[in-house]
Design a protein around this ligand. Structure first.
Ligand code: ATP
Ligand code: MG
Length: 334
């Protein structure tokens, strides 16, 4: 397996509705920002709440540009001069990069950030925030050409993240992300689970999908109140339980619109965030760009056959560039 000597992380927070995905994503993003790390934060959750959780007021959150409304721009930027992708119309959410494609980086300025990202000031520095925009019924279908998470998947598939850079995605554990391959795009997936049967059942489902795809999955127990809660999670998910988080008065104060300094977050919760970062960073040794690129092709072929070829009238398998491997060394045409 190819090992690359740097830490660069794509991290997803998934879990049942209301489990605390957005809350924990936002705390983790604040933790990274406080450590001075460059961060792209992406809200791909059905309920778009990451902006407010990062301290934006209602008007600021409402003014965030939706990636879902800018799919054509995103596709045209990414396909660049790739001769295998004739037009934005034939580019579906799984269309992989190849020779001539434009790759994206966490720190650079680019047309996608210009159109879709907004800076959010946090204690310790600014992060880039992008949001998919509100979901419709059509976005939740398996075979959706215009799906909002498709914008995120395209972004991730063209991303070469460098040393100590982070992309954090607040995401729903829906069928859309399983069918498209989105769930395989992360170095680390944190599954947020309350200590309840429902919380754990989402974990089981995710684990089942993830089994054949080398997805690194860790459970973050949330709203854990007592030892009995910890014991329950331990019994149900075993060693996949990474850490547990209790009720946070800091979070409650933030939700009242009175965010304290991040440095005042409860010590136990700050320690939990530290654990998350260490666990994510530790996966760097597993990064394998060839495998990652092959997975893109796998899901692209699956989507091409099941709906993409018919929808676009093109042979989408021909979009796969057999000699191309995504990675740090790949040059992007201007
Ligand atoms: N550790 C915590 N301490 C205090 N409040 C919490 C904690 N975790 C979550 N909450 C609260 O629980 C509610 C649901 O959390 P959150 O919105 O983060 O969940 P979610 O999984 O993103 O939900 P949705 O599926 O609706 O997007 C919020 O009001 C949040 O503030
Ligand atoms: Mg949420």
């Amino acid at each position: 397996m190819k090992r690359l000597p740097f830490v660069n992380m794509k991290i997803a927070f998934v879990g049942k509705g209301g489990s605390g995905k957005t809350t924990l994503s936002s705390l983790f993003i604040r933790h990274l920002a406080a450590a001075g790390a460059p961060v792209v934060a992406i809200d791909a959750d059905i309920n778009q709440h990451l902006g407010p959780a990062l301290g934006l007021d209602e008007a600021e959150a409402a003014a965030l540009p939706a990636m879902g409304d800018r799919l054509r721009l995103i596709k045209n930027h990414l396909r660049g001069s790739n001769p295998r992708i004739a037009s934005a119309e034939t580019m579906i959410k799984t269309t992989p990069p190849g020779e001539g494609s434009r790759l994206v980086r966490v720190r650079e300025p680019n047309a996608i950030y210009d159109a879709c990202a907004r800076p959010v000031e946090l204690d310790g520095g600014a992060v880039r925030l992008m949001v998919t925009g509100p979901f419709t019924d059509a976005d939740l279908g398996v075979a959706c050409y215009h799906s909002k998470t498709g914008a995120v998947e395209l972004f991730l598939n063209h991303l070469v993240d460098g040393p100590d850079e982070y992309v954090v995605v607040d995401m729903t554990a829906g069928s859309d992300s399983f069918a498209s391959g989105m769930f395989t795009r992360f170095d680390m997936t944190f599954l947020v689970a309350e200590p309840t049967r429902k919380g754990v059942s989402v974990y089981r489902q995710y684990k089942e999908y993830a089994r054949d795809f080398d997805v690194t999955l860790k459970v973050v127990g949330n709203k854990v109140q007592a030892q009995d809660d910890v014991d329950f999670l331990r019994k149900e998910v075993g060693d996949d339980l990474l850490v547990t988080v209790g009720h946070s008065d800091w979070v409650r104060a933030m939700e009242k619109g009175r965010p304290p300094r991040f440095g005042l977050l409860e010590e136990t919760n700050a320690a939990a965030l530290h654990r998350l970062k260490s666990a994510a960073d530790a996966t760097y040794a597993l990064r394998d760009w060839e495998h990652y690129t092959r997975q893109m092709a796998h899901f692209h072929l699956r989507n091409a056959e099941s709906w993409g070829n018919e929808r676009t009238g093109a042979d989408l398998a021909a979009q796969i560039d057999p000699g191309f491997v995504l990675g740090e060394g790949v040059a992007t045409p201007a």
